[in-house]
Design a protein. Sequence first.
Length: 416
Amino acid sequence: MINKNHCLTLDEQDPLAPLRQQFALPEGVIYLDGNSLGARPLASLERARQVIEQEWGDGLIRSWNSAGWRDLPLRLGDRLAPLIGAGAGEVVITDTTSINLFKVLSAALQVQAERAPQRRVIVSESSNFPTDLYIVEGLTQLLQRGYSLRLVDSPEQIPAAIDQDTAVVLLTHVNYKTGYMHDMQAVTGLIHEAGALSIWDLAHSAGAVPVALTQSGADYAIGCTYKYLNGGPGSQAFAWVAPTLCDLVTQPLSGWFGHARQFDMATHYEPSSGIARYLCGTQPITSLAMVECGLEIFEQTDMQSLRRKSLALTDLFIQLVEQRCAGHDLKLVTPRDHAKRGSHVSFEHPEGYAVIQALIARGVIGDYREPRIMRFGFTPLYTRFSEVWDAVQILGEILDQKTWAQAQFQVRHSVT
Ligand SMILES: *Cc1c(COP(=O)(O)O)cnc(C)c1O
């Protein structure tokens, strides 16, 4: 049996514990939702003040040059690159994950249209994050080239679904609901053997688990900065394209920021070389600048240390829930196998939505995903082992006392 003292000892021995001091976390809250919206780096307030007062206020239009606004998407991309196993000059931070998916999927389909035009199938998972599937729908309708989406219902079905008709395989590396993590290198190998191209969505991977894009032979990747990377609500997303593929085609959102010579004001589009061609238009600089504050904290540690703590946190949570909440109709949907687990843990419960609302009312913030899934994110930069203990005790009380049955916890909010 694990007790609270054991968890407190784990906190004392945790080499990453001091990093928490660099985050603003409210008193009385156990935040297990850093996988949806990361906590605020303390430095962001001063950075925002600097951007607004000095760069915008005093610098005005001059700040595009003097404060380096023009190159911010690429400079931040270089700082993010080591976290996802990419090289310098290969990552850009811009737009949203949905928009970046539109760009890289368009590019991948163009590459295949030239290499193997008979390949018209895009393979993905039915449990993929909805926006990924919606973007596939929208783009393929626009292209009118007879593309179809082939969805599999479980990761085991992926190999059999990839064949001579497959153009692109679009997978989210760590599933947003279940926390299942694909073996990126092995799956990319399968995709390439079949002659297809891979797109990896790293929304729940970047800053959560070690990712080795170059080493895995991946083709395209996209992901968020507002989740584990703590960039702030709606902060821009990233895009990465393997250097061998990047200059083969032009992505279709060919805005002036992606032009080889933006201020020539030429009548025709000519793409920049490299990942800069994935830029489109003017970025919200106040938001983009915040991304730097999250990345600065990651630069004080490394993904291996974070992964070690993440697995210790998720192991502890699973063990404690099974110890404290036994007999309560909870079903673990996250793999126990470390190699297949990201940094969040999900349990199914018939009243999952109401249980999460009752937890939030007690200061334990997790989130709910249809159907019946209660999801808890563990962010090794700031989650404490003793918080895992406290969260599970509160969950146990809510289940024992059926607090979730109260009317106020049954009300559906627009964001769950
Ligand atoms: C969170 C998430 C997104 C979000 O896309 P936005 O365009 O930033 O809203 C996309 N894909 C996955 C897998 C996600 O988990």
